[in-house]
Design a protein around this ligand. Sequence first.
Ligand code: FCB
Length: 451
Amino acid sequence: MTAYPPLPPFPAGFHWGTSTSAYQIEGAPTEDGKGVSIWDTFVRRPGVIREAQTGDVACDHYHRTADDIALMSDLGVNAYRFSVAWTRIQPDGTGPANPAGLAFYDRLVDALLEKGITPFPTLFHWDLPQALEDRDGWLARDTAHRFADYAALLAGRLADRVEHWITLNEPFIHLAYGYAFGVHAPGRALMTDAIPVAHHQLLAHGLAVSALRSAGAARVLIANNLTPVWPATDAAEDRAAADAYDALHNRLFTDPILLGRYPDLSAYGTGPDLGGVVRDGDLELIAAPLDGLGVNYYNPTRVAAPGPEHGLPFQDVPIDGVPRSAFDWPVVPDGLRELLVSLADRYGAALPPIHITENGTSADDKVVAGRVADPERIAFLDGHIRALAQAMAAGVDVRGYLTWTLMDNFEWAEGFTQRFGLVHVDHETQARTPKDSYYWLRDRIKEWRSA
Ligand code: FCB
């Protein structure tokens, strides 16, 4: 195995952890009164998921919670980010809480705390109740209010023990894949007409911040997917394309939260009222002070001016000359340093402390004689943690690094074909086999936590 030079020490109390999400691991889609989510529905559409796979069983985590917590405890992490399936708490997205659903997360939280693992629940990781989708999902303003009710129910039960709360996961990806291109649930292909979905998710975030605080939540964050945007060349048209892409992917979801205003979206034919849905007072709610920003980083994005008739003000171009993951994503560790430093430059004093809430890679991992060799993942983690340390040395306040992901799981439209885990999962038998990267990270965490 490659020997890596020692990594720098990290501050005491730094959170080392893993991230997961409910639909990707839990299975048990109808158990204990759970309602139907848009992912339960979407996966049944012919042709949308690789090999027609579903998350019906996923990692069977609902029944194997104790085993999975033991894996985390042996890894030595002190933080775990999971998401709560809204349809376990409110099967139809409204009304009183389902006691069995609350009890599942209550037990999970207690079991984590018993092992010294700080829970970071995410309230929404894309699995909207189907009953709300039937009422127009995130195109409807009412969904934001329903989300705040759900947040209040959950925090009412857990905020006495859970300190850190994450409202939404990656509202940009949900907007783009779910509503603009239709490759994720709910499978709508509205292109730029999907933009109101951004505002309603952000409004839901703002309303939930206040609901969570009223229920006693100490720290509230949001997890945004962020990417450094590189123009293909220095030509003015390519730089304009990069600005337009940056406005959509990054600033649309971070400017209103940290600065209380939307970026210029005129390149998309959209004014500051985002298609007529922004009302007086909304931006004040959305900009309610936060205790942290969750950053999900995978890779930079390179864009060029679009060709004629392209429909969008940019086009993606490949990043050449770097390694690529099994997903064909470019691997650029320094992009994490660049992203963090640029966030600090852009937002200055308005930037709250950062947690890296996702970062990881997929590889074609196989169990051979009881072992899974995944040198690409070790190199990925080493490179990104080093880049993180450089950003921190440059003055960016980062409080934690939660890698994606604990174990191989249901990777949305890719089904089970993309393995992102530190732990290999045999999807036939549910056997868990820690990969080499798991032992590598365990040893690093041991060094850092005892330093
Ligand atoms: C992120 C998602 C997460 C997982 C990783 C690979 O965009 O938040 O659920 O799919 O990508």
